[in-house]
Design a protein around this ligand. Structure first.
Ligand code: ZN
Length: 149
């Protein structure tokens, strides 16, 4: 049986080294900047909307491996979702990374995003993992910036 923890680390490492959708979208319908001063993570998130659906999503920025991998995997998960689906996914992800270690997670809804379940064991990393999601939520709510405190 493969070591799940190692497998998860491989996925996070892969996305941090080769982030998907790492580009500006121009023109974008929504744009927001996220800032996590505790770690130094910064990112700009771009969304293109098609009615109620997220047609395209991209990001730029710099930060630690967790924040970059989280942003990359988030963009992959969001494409084609409705705003409501994106909001629900935000809640599931947030519940997971702020929950108790070993606590129940909605693996079906989260899919590959479940690799971040281990983050809740590292309080200093929770904001790194959730920064892109807060930035996405801010973008949908037409806020320009979000700072993790
Ligand atoms: Zn970080």
């Amino acid at each position: 049986m493969p070591d799940l923890r190692e497998l998860y680390q491989d996925i996070i490492l892969d996305h941090s080294k080769n982030p998907r959708n790492y580009h500006k979208i121009e023109p974008a319908d929504r744009r927001a900047e996220g800032n996590n001063p505790l770690c130094g993570d910064r990112l700009t998130l771009y969304l293109r909307l098609d009615g109620d659906r997220i047609a395209d999503v991209g990001f730029e920025g710099h930060g630690c491996a967790i924040s970059k991998a989280s942003a990359s995997m988030m963009t992959v998960s969001l494409k084609g979702r409705t705003r409501e689906e994106a909001r629900v996914l935000f809640e599931r992800f947030h519940d997971m990374v702020t929950g108790q270690p070993g606590g129940p997670i909605d693996a079906q809804a989260l899919g590959k995003l479940a690799v971040f379940a281990g983050v809740c064991e590292f309080p200093a990393r929770v904001k790194c993992a959730s920064l892109p999601w807060h930035t996405m939520k801010a973008a949908l709510e037409e806020k320009e910036t979000v700072t993790m405190e």
